[in-house]
Design a protein around this ligand. Structure first.
Ligand code: KG4
Ligand code: ZN
Length: 338
């Protein structure tokens, strides 16, 4: 079975084709980050308009590079939520229209399920069950994954998602958008020990997160200093250290509490090199296996939606023409796929 995947939930237009026998055949991504950079964050209306311009040209490019024609596509998957309503509607309407024209089934995919399954695009994919750390611009989740579609959220963020905290702190430091990679680049020149920020909610039991206090600590540090490039690098380093440490501490606790032997890490912040190194060290010390998607598939992409779509369509699920999108959508509410 060959599935076309379309991702338009935020500021990246992603299109891919996944083949159940051959794996990923091709993918294309257009990042809108330069479009939104001058505003310091995503402008929803601009995002929707640009997705409309990009989805079909990207799809034509992907089909051409895989040398397949529309008759060789057996199903279509699009991101149905969570995300920006207008942006989601672009992918959903195009996906459903193509499905109608090509007479194939279509399915709306939960964006975080896409992220969660992204490590399965890599060689040596993880088997169920496993623990998942999902870290993006909108979510910070630790989830117990028993099987495809059987997810239990064990920890969530009470306020800002970790990626959002990276983005806001980068904006404060004048480092631009998206903030995660910008903070990581600045931190590479930082001096350790000059600032130390809190590891929020690690002093009490439980797996929930809160990142707004960490952002406030960065605000206070900025107010007390004359900002030059060295101070910016030092604050970036202290922020990245505290955010990564907090995630690693909670993952260690969740592995101990659940007894899982496999940990998967996904979502945009999963591209962070320091996080990948620290989690690899944690996994070695606990003798568990850790799985990461390649950095390009940590951030938003069409490949993860095509794979998630294949898995749900193969289980006999699909969404008819009375489809809807879900800007807010809890993973706990997803129908099981097995
Ligand atoms: O998964 P994603 O592409 O989009 C959402 O679903 O939100 O995640 C985007 C988030 C942004 O907050 C971005 O700053 C962060 O992931 N991010 C990073 C890195 N690359 C992207 N954060 C830390 N380090 C990175 N290298
Ligand atoms: Zn995402």
């Amino acid at each position: 079975m060959r599935v076309l995947g379309i991702e338009t939930s935020c500021d990246d237009t992603g299109v891919a084709v996944y083949d159940s026998e051959l794996g990923l055949l091709g993918h294309r991504l257009f990042s809108q980050s330069s479009l939104h950079a001058e505003y310091g964050g995503v402008v929803p209306e601009l995002a929707s308009r640009d997705h409309i311009r990009k989805v079909l040209p990207l799809m034509r490019e992907v089909l051409a590079t895989c040398a397949i024609n529309p008759q060789e596509i057996h199903g279509i998957a699009y991101t149905a939520g969570p995300g920006l309503a207008g942006a989601l509607l672009v992918g959903a309407v195009i996906g459903q229209s193509l499905a109608w024209a090509w007479q194939v089934p279509a399915i709306g995919i939960h964006h975080m399920e896409g992220h969660l399954l992204a490590p399965m695009l890599e060689p040596d994919p993880p088997a169920f069950p496993f623990l998942a750390l999902l870290v993006s611009g909108g979510h910070t989740l630790i989830a117990d994954i028993q099987a495809h579609g059987r997810y239990r959220v064990l920890g969530d963020s009470a306020d800002d998602a970790v990626g959002e905290a990276f983005d806001k702190t980068a904006k404060l430091l004048g480092l631009g958008y998206p903030g995660g990679p910008a903070i990581a680049r600045a931190a590479a020149h930082g001096a350790p020990g000059r600032f130390r920020f809190p590891r929020p909610m690690t002093d009490r039991p439980g797996l929930n997160f809160s990142f707004s206090g960490l952002k406030t600590a960065a605000v206070l540090a900025v107010r007390e200093q004359a900002l030059d490039s060295q101070v910016i690098a030092d604050i970036a380093l202290a922020f990245q250290d505290a955010a990564v440490d907090t995630l690693v501490i909670k993952c260690g606790r969740a592995l101990a509490a659940t007894g899982h032997r496999r940990l998967i890490v996904a979502g945009g912040v999963g591209a962070n090199q320091l996080l990948r190194e620290r989690l690899a060290d944690l996994a070695t010390s606990l003798r568990v296996q850790v799985y990461f998607p390649r950095p390009d598939f940590c951030t938003d992409n069409g490949a993860m939606i095509a794979l998630a779509g294949y898995m749900r369509l193969a289980a006999g699920l699909c969404d008819g023409p009375d489809f809807s999108v879900h800007p807010r959508w809890s993973m706990d509410d997803l129908p099981p796929a097995v």
